[in-house]
Design a protein around this ligand. Structure first.
Ligand SMILES: Nc1ncnc2c1ncn2[C@@H]1O[C@H](COP(=O)(O)OP(=O)(O)OP(=O)(O)O)[C@@H](O)[C@H]1O
Ligand SMILES: [Mg+2]
Length: 398
């Protein structure tokens, strides 16, 4: 698939902009702060309904306005689909497909798929677990859009249960007695939705593992072995040792659900005392290792970059080929599902070797969008069309 046209209204720095695009490689070139990342961020938003730079939508809307619109014409197998997403911070976003009536934003998921490489990716290796959870969840949503519903149900349940624990904590302190029956209901809901999230993430990590290890070899000079493990908060809650997970990889939803309930049972007084949900997928992590050492805190800067690139390249492989063993994710894609590759400012950050390897690996993709401050930052294998971005204007240079 590829994006044939992008149109923005009041998105970031753009009051209005039209950007026609071709399949193949396009470099967006212009000095700092001119709006290159804003363009590719908008394309990523259509695919994931989130930004790679900010956790909430407020910054995406042009200052002084209260609504942004992103329109993208997505072509797949010669058929064009027009996707229109309206971003209104503080309200539910709306979306339209092919000019139809406005519906839930979530309904556009799956029409466009992207893999975005950006300097922010380094935080996948060096940063906190929430960035890694978001990486897994964003990829899951692109692989199976219906998981978006499960994830938002989980977030809602988590908010409600946390609020209830907080009031139970306050009631306990005031010795007025907490309403524990309602808590039982929310325990069950959390276990039920949480188990689906855990099982989906575990399957994803299993599918990513060999692809990420291979990609790591390709971008780093072949030193070290990249390992990926899903670390469940159940392990700590149920007192499991590191090498003995509380739920075996591949365990079904019912097993995980039962263990989540068991953990909440054990943790109840602690949770009430602290007023927070101590177990569930919101506390899990994707543990990354190089050889025997954790990547976080141990890997060098260059190695960390290779790990981040490997995670994105593995995502690209999964979104292109699906999961061979189970086949479940690839089944409903149909042909021409290869994601659009976006490389935002990454080449300036990489040494020559990694830069060349990455360029070679991504060059054959159906559509590649690269941003760079100067044309020299775009490696040779990615010489293609060029769009100059300057002061909110975009112009085709070749
Ligand atoms: N919500 C917003 N409203 C108005 N302007 C915004 C908004 N968000 C960002 N900007 C402006 O957009 C510009 C940044 O654009 P962008 O990040 O796309 O630059 P860039 O061309 O990628 O630069 P660099 O080469 O430094 O990465 C900044 O000048 C910033 O002030
Ligand atoms: Mg930029």
């Amino acid at each position: 698939m590829y994006v044939a046209h992008l149109s923005l209204t009041d998105f970031r720095s753009y009051p209005q902009v039209e950007l026609p695009l071709d399949p193949g490689i396009t470099a967006l070139v212009g000095p700092n702060g001119q709006g290159k990342t804003n363009l590719v961020e908008a394309i990523g938003y259509v695919a994931t309904l989130g930004s790679h730079r900010v956790p909430s939508d407020a910054a995406l809307v042009r200052a002084g306005t209260n609504r942004a619109v992103v329109r993208a014409k997505v072509v797949r197998e010669e058929r064009a689909t027009l996707v229109e997403v309206e971003i209104t911070p503080g309200k539910a976003n709306r979306a339209r497909i092919n000019g139809g009536s406005p519906g839930r934003a979530r309904d556009v998921l799956g029409i466009l798929r992207t893999v975005l490489f950006a300097p922010e990716d380094l935080a996948l290796v060096k940063g906190d677990p929430d960035g890694r959870r978001r990486f897994l969840d964003d990829l899951l949503v692109q692989l199976t859009p219906r998981i978006a519903g499960v994830l938002s149900d989980y977030e809602r349940v988590l908010r409600q249960r946390s609020a209830l624990l907080k009031s139970a904590a306050a009631a306990t302190r005031a010795r007025s007695g907490a309403d524990l029956r309602t808590l039982d209901v929310w325990d069950a809901k959390l276990a039920q939705t949480g188990a689906q999230v855990v099982v989906a993430r575990q399957a994803l990590v299993a599918a990513l593992r060999p692809r990420a290890a291979e990609a790591y070899h390709q971008v780093s000079a072949g030193q070290g072995e990249l390992g990926l493990t899903y670390r469940s908060s159940l392990d700590a809650a149920l007192g499991q040792a590191d090498d003995e997970p509380a739920v075996a990889p591949g365990a079904g939803v019912e097993v995980v659900e039962a263990r989540l309930l068991e953990a909440m049972g054990r943790l109840r007084s602690k949770e009430i005392e602290r007023g927070v949900c101590l177990v569930g997928p919101h506390r899990d992590d994707l543990h990354l290792t190089l050889g025997d050492l954790p990547a976080k805190g141990y890997a060098s800067h260059g190695e960390s970059w290779s790990v981040a690139l490997a995670l994105r390249l593995a995502s690209y492989a999964l979104l292109t080929h699906g999961v061979d063993d189970a086949g479940a994710w690839a089944a409903d894609w149909g042909p021409d599902g290869e994601p659009v590759l976006i490389l935002d400012d990454v080449f300036a950050e990489l040494d020559t070797r990694r830069r060349e390897r990455l360029a070679e690996l991504v060059a054959p993709a159906r559509q590649v969008l690269v941003t760079a401050a100067v044309p020299q930052d775009v490696p040779e294998p990615l010489a293609g069309a060029r769009v100059d971005v300057m002061a909110g204007e975009v112009a085709r240079a070749r």
